[in-house]
Design a protein around this ligand. Structure first.
Ligand code: CAA
Length: 380
């Protein structure tokens, strides 16, 4: 058992209640019509859900990572698209907190945490996914500004984001060491939003291409030092992976609940299908693995709150929870039989939404690299 403080339990209940009222009834329609939940995001900002790891002194709710995970699980249970939108905005606060100077923190954290600004994180490029060291987008030092050229792809929130954490290449060093991080405001000249992706799942979330065409970024918007970009990205992704583990857990729990509801109602061979051992075993496996994923995720979050190293634990949580979400979605749909394949059943959306969790913010294969390196030490 993972003991929650009364404050954490209160946040979990508040997020669950909000999700039930504001998300659950509209999630199907938003998915079908690809409606970005802009109105809901504003309300979530007012509730303190967009900057949960940002201290109160910078306008956040300072609730901490365990509370963040709990809230995100509840949001994802109702609408996985809104969950990734929330997760990426919280993620975009992290580099500012860890690498930003006082002026940058004062300027950007409060609007992000309050939901007034939406954040995005731009690492991925057409030829740089698992390997950010091959990023081509270039930021040329022009004296008092950087001139940026390149294209980012698959950027969550990108079309609506007011602030983008950009990772681009500077100087002459190759690979990971030649990357730097920047804070881009959407109004900077030379910045534009490219094509919007049509996706298999998470269709109410926004995923776009970002174009930097002689984009001018003021010198003061360099985040951290030149050459620190890879570290900035990895540090943010460590937290981001706890977010995706939490999103995956929300999806998995929804799969289990849908499967149980259906199995208890559906009758075949003169009895409810939940009375068959084949169904019982699927449900038992799902419930057990959800509890294991919950403990892994909350433990990683707790380590972060305690100031302990949590890179390996975040990767373990993300690996296990995202693969579980996929398995749970498969089994829940299987229990629904032919009905599960029809769009009028929620499990069809859950199945599509689960798929990307083991791909983005580091695929399962990348998580295994991170975990294995830690376990094997320098000999690995
Ligand atoms: N925190 C801080 N520093 C870190 C770090 C971490 N978690 N991981 C690595 N570093 C540092 C290392 O210490 C090393 O520093 P030195 O050079 O000073 O020694 C440096 O970074 C290079 O590290 P590696 O040698 O481990 O780097 P690598 O090239 O072998 O890459 C990798 C390792 C784990 C594969 C990494 O590239 C990775 O995580 N790739 C996946 C990228 C990813 O997750 N992309 C997702 C995009 S964002 C997204 O999906 C958001 C969305 O829309 C929802």
């Amino acid at each position: 058992m993972f003991h929650l403080t009364s404050e954490q339990e209160m946040i979990r209940l508040m997020a669950g209640d909000f999700a039930k009222r504001e998300l659950e009834p509209f999630a199907g329609k938003r998915d079908e019509e690809e409606i970005f939940p802009a109105d809901v995001i504003k309300k979530m900002g007012q509730l303190g859900l967009m900057g949960m790891m940002v201290p109160a002194g910078y306008g956040g709710s300072g609730a901490g990572t365990v509370s963040y995970s709990l809230a995100l699980q509840e949001i994802a249970y109702a609408c996985a698209s809104t969950a990734v939108t929330m997760s990426v905005t919280n993620l975009s606060c992290e580099p500012l907190l860890k690498f930003g100077n006082e002026e940058q923190k004062r300027k950007y954290l409060e609007p992000l945490a309050s939901g007034e600004m939406l954040g995005a994180f731009a690492i991925t490029e057409p030829d740089a996914g698992s390997d950010p060291g091959s990023i081509k987008t270039r930021a040329e030092d022009m004296g008092d500004y950087y001139l940026v050229n390149g294209t980012k792809t698959f950027i969550t929130n990108g079309g609506y984001a007011d602030l983008i954490n950009l990772i681009a290449r500077t100087g002459s060093k190759k690979g990971n060491r030649g990357l730097s991080a920047f804070i881009v405001e959407k109004g900077f000249p030379g910045f534009s939003v490219g094509k919007k992706e049509k996706k298999m799942g998470l269709r109410a979330s926004n995923t776009v291409e970002l174009i930097f065409d002689d984009c001018r970024i003021p010198k003061e918007n360099l985040l951290g030092r030149e050459g620190q970009g890879f570290k900035v990205a990895m540090t943010a992704l460590d937290s981001g992976r706890i977010g995706i583990a939490s999103q995956s857990l929300g999806i998995a729990r929804a799969c289990l609940d849908e499967a149980v509801k259906y199995a208890n109602a559906r009758r075949q061979f003169g009895r409810t299908i939940s009375s068959f051992q084949a169904i019982q075993w699927m449900v038992a496996d799902m419930a057990t693995q959800i509890e294991a994923a919950r403990l892994l995720t909350l433990s990683a979050a707790n380590r972060k709150d305690l100031g302990l190293a949590f890179t390996k634990e975040a990767s373990m949580a993300k690996l296990f929870a995202s693969e579980l979400a996929n398995r749970a979605a498969y089994k829940a749909l299987q229990i629904h039989g032919g009905y599960g394949y029809m769009t009028e059943y929620k499990v069809e959306r859950l199945y599509r939404d689960a798929r990307v969790t083991s791909i983005y913010e580091g695929s399962s294969e990348v998580q295994r690299i991170v975990i294995a390196r830690d376990v094997l030490g320098s000999s690995g």
